[in-house]
Design a protein around this ligand. Sequence first.
Ligand SMILES: NC(=O)c1ccc[n+]([C@@H]2O[C@H](COP(=O)([O-])OP(=O)(O)OC[C@H]3O[C@@H](n4cnc5c(N)ncnc54)[C@H](O)[C@@H]3O)[C@@H](O)[C@H]2O)c1
Length: 340
Amino acid sequence: MDALNFGIIGLGSVADQHIKSILESEYCNLVAVCSRSNTKLEEAKLKYNVETFQDYQRMVENPDIDVVSICTPSGFHLEPTLASAKARKHVLVEKPLEVSVERAKKMISACKEASVQLSCIFQNRFSDDFQKLKKAAEDGALGKLVLGNAYIKWFRDQNYYDSTSWRGTFSGDGGAALINQSIHTIDLLLQVMGPVRSVMGKIKTLTHDIEGEDLGTAVLEFENGALGTIEGSTSIYKGYPEKLEIHGDRGNIILESGRITQWECKDSEIESSGDNQRHASGSSDPTAIGHKLHKRQIEAFAKNILENKVPEVDGESAIKSLEVIQAIYESSKTGREVRI
Ligand SMILES: NC(=O)c1ccc[n+]([C@@H]2O[C@H](COP(=O)([O-])OP(=O)(O)OC[C@H]3O[C@@H](n4cnc5c(N)ncnc54)[C@H](O)[C@@H]3O)[C@@H](O)[C@H]2O)c1
């Protein structure tokens, strides 16, 4: 079986999930890494026997590389994507696509023009129970969808924001709790409920010394007529498992930390789950996420490229949660409902 050669840009905390996933997959090889830190590069060379680069431009031009995995701060996803597309490399980028819809659209266009695939990590889409929930909604097991709620009542202390120069800043993170942490569950909400017509939102910065919000709420109207709510925070002691609630006129399903905790459908029973443990939640510890779902997404991405198929999470699909979050920010600023 063929495998694709990956190069990773940025060796911070999330890069570990990429490294483990690539090393464990038969469809992926780790051939290069890029970091500004010589110490990290030397460590990686010793541990993984890979080529090392301090300059990402040079790494993406390396003919051995098929896919560039971008693990840099959120406000620095665009430039490495443009360079990778120019060098005709497929791009796998961490969430969010970028810190603004405008920057994210440039990434989508560049990859389209270069005929390379762009995918964005939203690993929670790959949990067995989320897929079961989504299929149940698509198959009509919940009847007419009425209400969808995403609750992400998480906790991060000030040290978390102070530990890097980019977290919680507008240029590096695009905001804070909604765009960095809550975006995963907002993405799942949109996957099930479909496109959003309008957003009314309010954000606050209550307990941290940061530019972005540590609390946000919103009311959504979906194109199918259903309503939804979002509550996202990094200020709520001491962090609850994130929750997705989908309600219809024939059933309700609730997912907590990637696991279905309630399934009440008039006409269907939940099948026994092969994945019935909660996935590690980042509710209070950002390092607690594990790499199981990253591996599923990265492996599926590589397999799709090898089979000439489009990725499951392409740019167009990944930008949707960013559009909603940007609309919440705008609505909070103007006090008006924002149409999408
Ligand atoms: N999918 C998830 O669950 C998940 C979890 C954590 C982070 N993330 C995302 O991953 C991205 C990175 O987050 P993180 O927590 O790993 O951040 P981090 O600060 O720990 O790591 C980022 C790394 O990028 C490096 N970097 C910056 N500019 C560079 C350049 N020009 N060349 C090479 N390296 C460069 C930094 O030195 C740092 O080591 C963010 O977009 C974040 O939203 C996703």
